[in-house]
Design a protein around this ligand. Structure first.
Ligand SMILES: *Cc1c(COP(=O)(O)O)cnc(C)c1O
Length: 435
């Protein structure tokens, strides 16, 4: 299968090439030239398959010309060796728990799939690849864990100083070996700009083979379509076929994964884009133009993105029709105090603890339910992180204690090994050249 750039200004490449490059040379994001549609029978009989079978079948059309069936099967089995589940709450709400991987956030799906694809694709170790990744927290830890000790791959991750949680920092900045963490004196958007600038720096790219593991990498995006089908499979088992998904969003990779699944044939009634006050996309969906802004810091910090890069992909999937996109997705945004209120309400009424990101998604589901006259769809909110990752803020606001799982206790003991850096490109560039 061929992949093209959303900027449409560079030749198409194979899926593995798109994955190794990350960003396309024209600065666009790679997308499949045409989205493969799986047959209707498959979508109707999802209930017969478990998650890894669904993942294999959905990945196959993208990768079958480059990877043997056996290799793809082992990528899928190794990447997704942790559970996921759909939990029913009251009033037709469901929570798709995507946080049972090693770093307790949904980003383990994308990062682990990508890392295993890298180790399966043979020519990687002939020339070392340097993966650059800008992170607002969860990407960094998932990528660091996913690629730790993968031969032929070095990972350099950039995170904003003082703007990730202590646990996130421990999970990404303590590994060493092939993982280097740069603590940037700036915000997430500065980190993202540094990485983007490096990718279009021709001279640098002649010296280093750069790749990206941000959600701009197509290898991270693809697996983020699989679990939407898993949720539908679970609901089919209950006789439910009319489903809306609410996605707590920052860079919109997760939501784009859902749109991709729908284009492949997955029956989805509606998508709900849920953000914190970084609301460029909800504003757009309500009819304004798309206006990126500087990011604002919130308690759902993995969604503090002012200029979501996957917006270009969302438009691409709808043939650049802004109105088609507005028909498909409903957008809502919430303040930190509304987020806390939702965590408290759901905890009191349902004894279920949401992380701040998931709370934004849940609240958007509830609001959609109120305004939705037309669909009466069952609601699935993607739970993007385990609440324990944000225990500081939750414990303080709710005056409860959240027990720490054993695996996290180990993470918290480790010593930070990051390198402090300013936010100028020159400084970053000379670091990379000497790296
Ligand atoms: C990354 C992240 C998000 C946002 O996902 P996008 O794909 O960037 O929209 C939401 N919640 C958590 C916990 C995350 O780590």
């Amino acid at each position: 299968m061929k992949f093209v750039s959303t900027n449409k200004n560079t030749p198409s490449v194979t899926s593995l090439e798109a994955m190794k490059r990350g960003l396309a040379p024209d600065g666009g994001l790679y997308m499949p030239e045409s989205v493969p549609v799986l047959n209707a029978h498959f979508w109707k009989s999802l209930h017969r398959f478990d998650f890894t079978e669904i993942a294999f079948r959905m990945a196959q059309p993208y990768l079958q010309s480059e990877l043997s069936e056996q290799a793809l099967q082992s990528v899928v089995n190794d990447a997704f060796d942790f559970p996921l589940n759909l939990k029913g709450l009251k009033n037709g709400h469901h929570i798709l728990e995507l946080f049972h991987g090693p770093t307790l956030a949904f980003k383990d799906f994308g990062a682990r799939f990508m890392a295993r694809l890298f180790s399966e694709s043979a020519d990687i170790d002939q020339a070392d690849v340097t993966i650059l990744v800008a992170t607002s927290g969860d990407t960094g830890s998932a990528v660091a864990r996913g690629f730790y000790k993968v031969p032929g791959v070095r990972v350099c991750l950039l995170y904003p100083k003082g703007k990730v949680s202590p646990l996130q920092e421990k999970q990404m900045a303590t590994l060493g070996e092939n993982i280097t963490a740069l603590e940037v004196d700036g915000v997430f958007d500065d980190c993202q700009s540094l990485v983007k600038e490096a990718f279009v720096d021709d001279e640098l790219n002649q010296k280093l083979r750069l790749s990206s593991a941000n959600s701009i990498n197509i290898a991270r995006l693809l697996p983020q379509s699989f679990y939407y089908a898993f949720a539908i499979a679970e609901l089919q088992r209950k006789g439910i076929n009319n489903v809306a998904f609410s996605i707590p969003s920052g860079n919109f990779g997760n939501l784009t994964g859902g749109l991709l699944a729908k284009k492949m044939g997955l029956p989805v009634t509606k998508f709900i884009a849920a953000t914190n006050v970084n609301d460029a996309v909800p504003q757009f969906l309500r009819g304004a133009g798309f206006t990126p802004k500087a990011s604002v810091q919130t308690i759902s910090n993995a969604m503090d993105v002012g200029n979501p890069s996957n917006f270009a992909r969302m438009l691409y999937l709808y043939e650049e029709s802004e109105n088609a996109l507005r028909d498909e997705i409903e957008g809502f945004s919430y303040s930190d105090s509304q987020t806390i209120e939702t965590i408290r309400n759901v905890f009191e009424k349902e004894h279920y603890l949401l992380c701040p990101h998931t709370a934004v998604g849940y609240r958007a589901s509830s609001e959609f339910r109120k305004i939705d006259q037309a669909t009466s769809a069952a609601l699935v909110t993607l739970a993007t992180a385990h609440p324990v990752k944000f225990r500081d803020v939750i414990e303080k606001e709710l005056e409860i204690e959240i027990p720490i799982p054993e695996s996290l206790k180990d993470d918290l003991q480790r010593e930070k090994k990051s390198i402090l850096m300013g936010s100028s490109y020159e400084e970053f560039r000379s670091f990379l050249i000497g790296y």
